[in-house]
Design a protein. Structure first.
Length: 347
């Protein structure tokens, strides 16, 4: 990220989502000259246009699967946030080729269009599910990271600095379980959980934006930046939400869905062996070797590292009161509590 966002021009693919809306506000408040939104859903664009009411935001209807659409959208743009993706694990399990077309081939289109148009910086938004992936969504996101890094390896003199960020579940984002729990509480229904002992990372939208800004500020081509995060069990999260609304915790346990894991991994031990620790972030630099491995065949690697994977089961585990405190930092949760005073606990 440049030292000043003032008078800069940005594009956000998939910009009508939770991340895009938060980033747009951040960029506009910082004095950006223009922020373009590229997405497929014209209804969400119209809703965003009505809510934002700023003529510096321009909307492009299109799909990252179409190269010409991206090429037109990035014309005269300096920095790109690539957030467009198919993100729902079960739907990608049933339609894996659709995940490939959007998350892999669409991402390749974005890289090529940015390079051809002279974009200065491009950051891909990835997920913990890309590490040791067992589902189609995670596999396609892992390949998205590889597309970014392959571009760097094959184009050492590239104009565009391409990097990735990787983070876990974003609280109250589209697809988050938290608004589902709140809606079920308001409807006097039990909370549907897959497995109460399943663990997941917790992160706010603001923290995801800070991670992207950190990548723009510090990234070398091919870097992957990973946000450290606390975690909790799904059962404790359900209890915390129930406690906030002063209702007993009633669970409807569904069992693990297609392609899900009991815990997620943000960074593998292979990555951590050569990662840099920035306190709140890990930076994993690209392996920039070419296909000539003779040196390593003859001499071998000189060091070994035995540190563990960074997972939602071995990071800091939040208990129910800590989860409640974290939830109360979310404006959306506070708004729901204010709208249901008969349910909400005194806070």
């Amino acid at each position: 990220m440049p030292s000043s966002l003032s008078d800069r021009r940005f594009l956000i693919t998939g910009g009508t989502g939770s991340f895009g809306r938060t980033m747009v506000k951040r960029l506009l408040d910082a004095g950006a000259a223009e922020v373009r939104i590229l997405s497929r859903d014209e209804a969400k664009q119209e809703a965003m246009r009505t809510a934002v009411l700023d003529d510096r935001v321009r909307y492009y209807v299109g799909d990252v699967r179409d190269f010409d659409t991206i090429l037109k959208a990035v014309r005269d743009i300096e920095y790109v946030f690539h957030a467009a993706a198919l993100k729902q694990v079960p739907s990608c399990e049933f339609f894996p080729l659709e995940a490939v077309r959007t998350n892999v081939l669409g991402s390749a289109n974005v890289v090529e269009a940015c390079e051809r148009s002279g974009v200065a910086g491009l950051v891909f938004l990835s997920t913990d599910k890309a590490v040791y992936p067992v589902n189609a969504m995670g596999m396609s996101k892992a390949l998205m990271e590889k597309v970014a890094q392959a571009h760097v390896r094959n184009n050492p003199n590239a104009h565009t600095t391409v990097s990735c960020v990787r983070y876990g579940n974003v609280m109250y984002s589209r697809g988050s379980v938290i608004p589902l729990f709140i809606e079920q509480i308001k409807s006097s229904r039990p909370l549907t959980v897959t497995d109460p002992s399943m663990t997941r990372f917790l992160m706010s939208l603001d923290e995801s934006v800070q991670l992207v800004e950190h990548a723009f500020t510090h990234a070398n081509p091919g870097d992957v930046f990973i946000r450290k995060a606390d975690a909790c069990t799904i059962g404790d999260l359900a209890t915390a939400v129930s406690n906030l609304f002063s209702v007993p915790t009633k669970l409807d346990v569904l069992g693990i869905r297609h392609g899900e894991k009991m815990s997620e991994t943000l960074a593998s031990h292979e990555e951590l062996a050569h990662a840099e620790d920035f306190g709140e972030f890990f930076r994993v630099p690209i392996d920039s070797r070419d296909l000539n491995y003779s040196l390593y065949v003859e001499e071998g690697q000189s060091t070994q590292d035995h540190r563990a994977d960074y997972t939602s089961s071995n990071t800091t585990r939040l208990d129910v009161p800590e989860i409640m405190a974290r939830l109360l930092t979310l404006p959306e949760v506070r708004a729901e509590l204010d709208a249901a005073p008969d349910l909400a606990v005194a806070v």
